[in-house]
Design a protein around this ligand. Structure first.
Ligand code: FAS
Ligand code: PHB
Length: 389
């Protein structure tokens, strides 16, 4: 088989890139190691920057998002029973969209099907070859048979644990990492949201987040030690802990219910440089990870896709290499700003085991400054709604 762009990974990055390319007549094949149901069973992000909203519309997959998504013009930060509202609309003129990553993946799969896009599931042993040549190819095994796809370029959209990043020689690749000494225990429940907007709360017992997917579907998180296991947490224990950490008014109105998904995610900041090697381009979680405190993970995948898509478009339509040659530099500039924002939000809103009294005063004064400074609130707001692509 031959294609123009071989895409490794059928998550949001791979599917969105494939969809955008196909609409411009550029051929791709997506190789996904899991089943479609498995990919669709993952509960992940929930907040979309406006840039991602516009990119999904450009890809022709924004209809359900526009019909069912919820536009949020602000968010709430809570500490010591005081609540600070960050007014995105007033401070930046922009908003964010609440629409789950699971729904986006559904919409992208539906669009791929409708256009006859090629997505090969349960592709095992996907291996890129000849990345430093002019004729790369990818091999994989499906139902016990090995297959080969010759291509012009390979997009590594295969997430943090994928094969793409590992295909870059260690002499070329530089990795930056910060692992946080806690995780997020997340619960999805068919209950109404705690408030009209998201609540990010810091309490002496730790961080909590009240988020949502729909008016009847909520997503909540509490910070937990890395030693905790999800089976250590009953639903009742989760709800009791969440109520301790969020403001009283929210705790009183909180409707609890059975968890329909419960999991613990570790938190890390990670960046791999460069995001290109020869004919391979790393996209999304394959190249970078952020702690979800800034709601940037999925949104960074979207801006990577935007840069790579436009670089490939210029290559195939105008024969110009600049977009591809500049991909890594351009993407990393935005990645590092999002890494900084996510790291700073995580430092401000979590209890660190070793932070000490001085560290606690730093957190308290940062929140106090935020509460009384329009400049500080504007800085947070413009990073949260998304810096320009
Ligand atoms: P993904 O990991 O989504 O997709 C990669 C795909 O590649 C997967 O389907 C995988 O099966 C496939 N793959 C891997 N190796 C392969 C191989 N060798 N061959 C073929 N296929 C392979 N972001 C937020 O903004 N907010 C959040 O609240 C949030 N919560 C998260 C919670 C968890 C538990 C995790 C893990 C991530 C969370 N994220 C969140 C980040 C998340 O949304 C990612 O940013 C997003 O999924 C990135 O999309 P992709 O780059 O497509 O990577
Ligand atoms: C979510 O709804 O899952 C969510 C929202 C905002 C975040 C992290 C997760 O910062």
């Amino acid at each position: 088989m031959r294609t123009q762009v071989a895409i490794i990974g059928g998550g949001p990055s791979g599917l969105l890139l494939s969809q955008l390319l196909h609409r411009k007549g550029i051929d791709s094949v997506v190789l996904e190691r899991q089943t479609r149901d498995y990919v669709l069973s993952r509960i992940r992000a929930g907040v979309l920057e406006w840039g991602m909203v516009e990119l999904l519309r450009e890809a022709g997959v924004g209809q359900r998002m526009d019909a069912e998504g919820i536009i949020h013009e602000g968010t709430l930060l809570a500490a010591q029973n005081r609540t600070i509202r960050i007014d995105f609309r007033k401070l930046t003129g922009k908003a964010v969209m609440i629409y789950g990553q699971t729904e986006i993946t559904h919409d992208l799969y539906d669009a791929r099907d409708a256009m006859g896009g090629v997505v090969i599931h349960e592709a095992e042993g996907v291996t890129p070859h000849g990345l430093d040549s002019d004729a790369p190819h990818v091999t994989y095994v499906k139902d016990g048979t090995e297959h080969r796809i010759d291509c012009d370029f390979v997009a590594g959209c295969d997430g943090f644990h994928g094969v793409s990043r590992k295909s870059i020689p260690s002499s070329v690749l530089k990795e930056f990492e910060r692992v946080y000494p806690f995780g997020w225990l997340g619960v999805l429940s068919e209950t109404p949201p705690a408030d009209d907007e998201l609540i990010y709360a810091i309490h002496e017992r730790g961080f909590a987040l009240c988020s949502m997917r729909r008016a009847d579907l909520s997503r909540h998180y509490v910070q937990v030690p890395l030693t905790d296991r999800v089976e250590d947490w009953s639903d009742d224990a989760f709800w009791a802990e969440l109520k301790r950490r969020i403001p009283e008014h929210a705790a009183q109105r909180l409707v609890t219910g059975p968890s329909i998904e419960k999991s613990i995610a570790p938190l890390r900041s990670f960046v791999a440089e460069p995001m290109r090697w020869g004919r391979l381009f790393l996209v999304g979680d394959a190249a970078h990870i952020v702690p979800p405190t800034g709601a940037k993970g999925l949104n960074l995948a979207a801006s990577d896709v935007h840069y790579l898509y436009n670089g490939l478009l210029a290559h195939y339509q105008d024969g110009t290499p600049e977009g591809l040659d500049d991909y890594s530099r351009k993407a990393l500039l935005r990645v590092w700003k999002a890494e900084r924002f996510s790291w700073s939000m995580t430092n401000m809103m979590h209890r660190f085991p070793d932070q000490g009294d001085f560290g606690q005063r730093m957190q308290e004064s940062e929140l106090d400054y935020l509460e009384h400074s329009t400049a500080a609130q504007t800085a947070l707001a413009e990073n949260y709604v998304g810096l320009p692509y």
